[in-house]
Design a protein around this ligand. Structure first.
Ligand SMILES: [Zn+2]
Length: 76
């Protein structure tokens, strides 16, 4: 029998159950992995605290989204 490929990605670690919630979690975790780009030098920004971001290249500190620098709506 063919092995079913997991559709749930990073939420696979939670095992069976919680289907809809896992799908939402995958959407969030995918966003966390994309590059958070500094608006000044296009360098990599790192989240310091909620809404506070620091660029590793130009060392500027600036405000952004709470958990992602650019807040877009998560596609359902
Ligand atoms: Zn920068």
């Amino acid at each position: 029998m063919a092995v079913k490929k997991k559709k749930i990605g990073s939420a696979g670690r939670f095992g069976a159950g919680y289907g809809k919630v896992k799908q939402k979690l995958v959407a969030v975790e995918k966003k966390q992995r994309i590059k958070q780009e500094c608006p000044f030098c296009k360098g990599r920004a790192k989240r310091q605290a909620r809404s506070i971001w620091e660029c590793s290249k130009c060392e500027k500190k600036f405000a952004g989204g709470a958990f992602h620098l650019k807040t877009q709506k998560v596609k359902k």
